[in-house]
Write a protein that binds this ligand. Sequence first.
Ligand SMILES: CC(C)(COP(=O)(O)OP(=O)(O)OC[C@H]1O[C@@H](n2cnc3c(N)ncnc32)[C@H](O)[C@@H]1OP(=O)(O)O)[C@@H](O)C(=O)NCCC(=O)NCCS
Length: 210
Amino acid sequence: MLYRAIRKLTPVGIDYQSVVFFLLDLKQRTFPLSEASRPVACHIIDSTQDQWFRILSLAYPAQQFHLRMQHDCQQCHIAIVDGNLVGYAWVTTSPCHISEINFTLPVGLGRLYIYDCFVESAYRGQGIYQSLLMTIIADYRKRRWPNQYRTACIGAEPDNTASIRGIKRAGFEEFTRARYVHVGQFSRWYGVNSLIAHMSENRPDQVVSD
Ligand SMILES: CC(C)(COP(=O)(O)OP(=O)(O)OC[C@H]1O[C@@H](n2cnc3c(N)ncnc32)[C@H](O)[C@@H]1OP(=O)(O)O)[C@@H](O)C(=O)NCCC(=O)NCCS
């Protein structure tokens, strides 16, 4: 709310946006953190044989969807209820540009970033988003090759209450609020350094000393 008010007060030419980032430690012992309120069948779309591939691809500008699907580091997880495709969430294991704050998030080895999530309006408020996120977390927690995943990250705009509640119910904890200020030629980001450190490959706790 406050950030919206600030945006309204700023003179023309000044842009101010923020995204709240949440992290989840995939190595923690207690799992799952809570029960999904609505268990949902979720799986990864497969471009070669998946019946849902065509349906979802129609929802996107064709080029964007197919470009994403070409990359092994990007996967689309979908939620199916009563035989209908009711939601999706994309996962990337390589750096991701977040247009809302014009920021490229590093996604290093063992990290994943969940983005572009959606649940059909008729199915909202039933815990489908939470289930989708929990399925993704469980999936990456199990993966051992080519590397073990340690951190999952997701972002939401501060006023997206439904998204933030679903994210928290899936076990994520708020980590930082990234702010982007853009005035003419001048751009500045606040609150991103700790996130960059966490999502990059060379985290301090990974440095090995001989
Ligand atoms: C955000 C979104 C994915 C949530 O999907 P969902 O399946 O309805 O989420 P859940 O059922 O898991 O609900 C999550 C929480 O939000 C609450 N909620 C759902 N719709 C809500 C609404 N319109 N207003 C306030 N809270 C809402 C739910 O009650 C639940 O809270 P609770 O656990 O305390 O009861 C869905 O609303 C959506 O697709 N929105 C448009 C796209 C979007 O914002 N994507 C997220 C980008 S990060």
